[in-house]
Design a protein around this ligand. Structure first.
Ligand code: UDX
Length: 463
């Protein structure tokens, strides 16, 4: 099967490369010259584990091509996937569909035979029907069918999510689209993956409803974390106890600083707007949007109070800048708001992230001192704040951490560390939704500050 993928961003690249793995011949269209040049030269404009290798293997085998104009991609294709951006429209939270409709207009100018147009981008309910109407009026001579095939890819594990999905959702307005897309996913169906065929509107809504439900789960556990702090309970055990109930399930119950990323914030807002416009407001989803915004803003207050009520002139290390680990994506990352406000409050910030520093530089105040390693960011600071749970942070030895810092305050917004172990190391540890353990007071002991290189040689811990 031959397919064109309009958009060489995150969704387009992952889906294009994975469709090639499933046996299709794929042409990706990237109109942005800068991104196209990077792709042409074999560089990926995004970081996703395993993707660079997959793209390069398929290009070498002739299964995947990248071009920068739609007319170079559509000759003889069975289906065209739309994987262009649908950002939140400024001001009203609606998804901005201008890239989608631009692409449809261009396609109308160049398509020569019957084709299936498939939305991969997350689009408001009714978009597929609008595309069908547009094509029928622009190209009444062509038999165009429209489909919605939403992606459920998590950044950091997108290839695994694509190749081993919980389900494939295909919404169509005609039998040809259903047959072709069913055939495209046949290698997955053959392995037992359930494919759900629906109408266009239901497929479009499944994407928003799924993301909003997961976001709701996160906001629920975040509120439970606040309650745990008041009641002296532990949110990690609470989540475990809830998650063991199969009807609830253990996933998306990790309390933290609030959800970020390219999907949850945008999709919850869009669903709330779609529902308002349809006259069936989703009050739960509206509340999730509000609860999450409040939560992200509240995190700085937490840090300030952990630092004794003021951060003016205090040196603070912020570790983990991306919205979650294993990505370089800074979109709606909680770290952005936290760092801006800490700087406004007079803190001196050192920052480190394993993958996200290049993007972070553009979103954070110029005064932030970006450090090449966690160790250098932590050296001599009064307090350390962990905002993203990168695997390398889990290996940090608490004694080494204590020795490297000048102060003793650690604010762990992802519950990376064990509170009791941190307390034993003399750290004043603040997790999320967990009991405070009294830190061992080591101030009466002779200074334990070792030269930093010695500490790290001893612990082999942070890097
Ligand atoms: C999400 C959906 O999971 C995916 O199906 C969809 O298609 C795109 O959006 P992604 O944004 O890559 O994927 O990340 P995800 O792992 O879902 O996390 C989103 C946010 O929620 C992150 O900020 C993460 O830190 C936060 N989160 C997630 C929590 O705070 N707690 C959790 O238990 C899970």
């Amino acid at each position: 099967m031959r397919i064109a993928m309009i958009g060489g961003g995150y969704v387009g690249l992952v889906s294009g490369a994975c469709f090639a793995t499933l046996g299709a011949t794929v042409v990706i269209v990237e109109a942005d010259q800068h991104r196209f040049n990077a792709l042409r030269d074999g560089r990926l404009p995004i970081y996703e584990p395993g993707l660079a290798e997959l793209v390069s293997a398929h290009r070498a085998a002739g299964r995947l091509r990248v071009v920068n104009a739609i007319n170079e991609a559509v000759d003889g294709v069975d289906a065209v996937f739309l994987a262009v951006g649908t950002p939140s429209r400024r001001g009203d939270g609606h998804a901005d569909l201008s890239y989608v409709f631009d692409a449809v207009e261009q396609l109308a100018g160049v398509l020569r035979g019957p084709t299936i147009l498939v939305t991969k981008s997350t689009v408001p309910v009714g978009t597929g029907a609008r595309i069908a109407t547009m094509m029928a009026s622009l190209r009444p001579d062509l038999a165009i069918e429209v489909a919605s095939n939403p992606e459920f890819l998590r950044e950091g594990s997108a290839i695994e999510d694509f190749m081993n999905p919980d389900r494939v959702v295909i919404g169509t307005n005609g039998p040809r689209a259903q047959a072709h897309l069913g055939a495209l996913y046949q290698p997955l169906t053959a392995q037992g993956v359930r494919t759900l065929f629906t109408d266009l509107e239901t497929a479009e809504l499944i994407k928003y409803a799924s993301n909003s439900f997961l976001a709701l789960k996160i906001s629920f556990i975040n509120e439970m974390a606040d309650l745990c702090e008041k009641l002296g309970a532990d949110v990690t055990q609470l989540a475990c106890g809830m998650g063991l109930d199969h009807r609830i399930g253990p996933k998306f119950l990790r309390a933290g600083p609030g959800f970020g990323g390219s999907c949850f914030p945008k999709d919850t807002q869009a669903l709330a707007r779609i529902a308002q416009d349809a006259g069936a407001p989703t009050r739960l989803v509206e509340t999730v949007v509000a609860v999450n915004e409040t939560r992200k803003a509240a995190m700085t207050g937490r840090i300030i109070s952990a630092c004794g009520g003021s951060v003016r002139g205090r040196r603070i290390a912020v570790l983990g800048l991306t919205f979650k680990p294993d990505t370089d994506d800074m979109r709606d990352a909680p770290a952005i708001g936290i760092i801006h406000r800490l700087v406004d409050e007079g803190a001196i910030i050192t920052a480190y992230d394993p993958m996200g520093m290049d993007h972070a530089r553009f979103q954070l105040p110029a005064r932030v001192n970006f450090c090449p390693t966690a160790r250098t960011a932590l050296n001599g600071v009064d307090a350390a704040v962990f905002v993203t749970e990168w695997a390398e942070f889990r290996t940090i030895d608490p004694d080494a951490l204590r020795e490297t810092m000048r102060g003793r305050v650690v604010v762990d917004l992802r519950n990376i560390f064990d509170p009791a172990t941190m307390a034993t190391a003399g750290i004043i540890y603040h997790g999320i939704g967990r009991k405070l353990c009294a830190a061992t007071n080591r101030s009466d002991q002779p200074s334990q500050r070792l030269p930093v290189e010695q500490v790290y040689a001893r612990s082999l811990s942070i890097i």
